[in-house]
Design a protein around this ligand. Structure first.
Ligand SMILES: [Zn+2]
Length: 409
């Protein structure tokens, strides 16, 4: 059995992996890197019989609309199928706005949505004579790992989080021969989640007591909903804007992958939705807290809201997710400046970053490997795979292939 990465082996973004087992060829994830300009994975080889998408983040399924061109069947969870439509339509719009040629057409996207099988969170099914089992990956609602049972059992994790959040439950690892594991947080640990939540609540209260307002840039899928669940029930006047609104509706409607659908609904009942310019103005000037994309201040309504607090030292911007190198969010945290429309700004509001990562930390990844008891581990999707490799090598055979390299497993 062989595997070959089409992208994302040694870094975060553009993930795609082909598994070759006899005359069977299966594709796992097919994403892009939404940088400026975007980066894409290698083309899909011919005769891929089936493709499996782990979740609806762009680095895992941003290129999925090209998969069915060759007649390949595509599998995902029902939730991923529903929210991928929102994600991919938005990506088409962004490509148009930024002037990059999109790698797929609206017709490709429609074909994908009609060809994608929406599966149950724990389902087992047969594809080309091989058995496929889904098992929860934590991370975001609908995220799944795939266990491929062929000449060997291979578990492909996608992005994984072992610790439950308000929004999603923990991952559930299955025993396997080969564990293909993400390594985003190799060598890094997260602070205690409960403590981070308390810190955020206290920080919001402090700003409001001083007479300021809080803007929370957050990724539309997963992070926004988690932050809303943390903030709800504390008497704040909370508004939500951007693509998170459509994602909220999808999560509510399908509920698959939510840890506690009732608690999610209760939280959303307390939140105000920005529905037009009048709401947006009101939210920017009268609210306590606005939760809005983009999570890295690269665009979206977040920039408008930032403008409304930028000159007020009593107000604050609280970042809640990973800030990629070169992004406005990263620059704001590290240098206190950001660049909007070619103009460098130095806001005088407070800026703080909170770690609400939806990826497993280093020791959780090690624990996951021990639970899966594989003969071999393949590390992917990380800039610092070697740190994790060193930790795992005492107990396992660990492989760190590069993109385009074919390895025997
Ligand atoms: Zn992800």
């Amino acid at each position: 059995m062989q595997i070959r990465f089409l992208g994302g082996a040694s870094k975060i973004g553009s993930l795609g992996m082909v598994l070759m087992d006899g005359d069977r060829k299966m594709l796992f994830d097919y994403g892009l890197t939404p940088t400026d300009p975007p980066e894409y994975p290698l083309p899909i080889p011919s005769n891929v019989s089936a493709a499996f998408l782990t979740h609806a983040h762009l680095d895992h399924l941003g290129m999925a609309p090209v998969i069915p061109r060759g007649g390949t069947e595509v599998y995902a969870t029902e939730t991923t199928k529903r929210v991928s439509e929102i994600m991919l339509e938005d990506a088409l719009k962004v490509a148009r706005l930024e002037g990059y040629p999109s790698q797929y057409s609206p017709k490709d996207l429609r074909r994908l949505l009609t060809r994608m099988h929406g599966m149950g969170a724990h389902s087992t099914f047969k594809v080309n004579g091989a058995e496929i089992e889904l098992t929860p990956a934590g991370h975001i609602p609908g995220a799944t790992m795939y266990l491929y049972r062929g000449s060997r059992d291979v578990l492909f994790t996608g992005d994984v989080q072992a610790i439950p959040s308000h929004l999603v439950g923990p991952s559930r690892v299955l025993p396997c021969d080969v564990l293909v594991m993400e390594s985003t947080y190799a060598g890094k640990e997260h602070p205690d989640r409960a403590e981070t939540e308390r810190d955020l609540l206290r920080a919001v209260e402090d700003v409001l007591e001083a007479g300021g307002r809080v803007v929370i840039p957050a990724f539309a899928m997963g992070r926004s909903q988690e932050i809303l669940m943390i903030l709800a029930g504390h008497g704040f006047d909370i508004w939500v804007d951007g693509m998170a609104r459509a994602v909220n509706d999808s999560y509510l409607k399908f509920q698959q992958g939510l840890r506690d659908p009732r608690a999610f609904r209760a939280a959303l009942d307390e939140v105000n939705i920005v529905e037009g310019m009048r709401d947006r103005y009101h939210a920017a000037h009268e609210s306590d807290v606005v939760v809005t994309p983009s999570g890295m201040l690269e665009g979206g309504p977040a920039l408008y809201y930032l403008g409304s607090v930028a000159r007020d030292p009593k107000s604050a911007v609280f970042l809640t997710g990973y800030q990629v190198e070169g992004s406005n969010g990263r620059s704001l945290v590290e240098t206190g400046t950001l660049t909007v429309g070619g103009v460098k700004l130095r806001p005088s509001c407070q800026v703080r970053k909170f770690d609400f990562s939806s990826h497993a930390g280093h020791s959780e990844l090690v624990a996951m490997a021990r639970e899966a008891k594989p003969r071999k581990i393949v590390l992917m999707h990380g800039d610092h795979r070697n740190v994790l490799k060193e930790a795992l090598e005492r107990e396992f055979e660990v492989l760190t292939p590069e993109t385009s390299e074919t390895i025997e497993v």
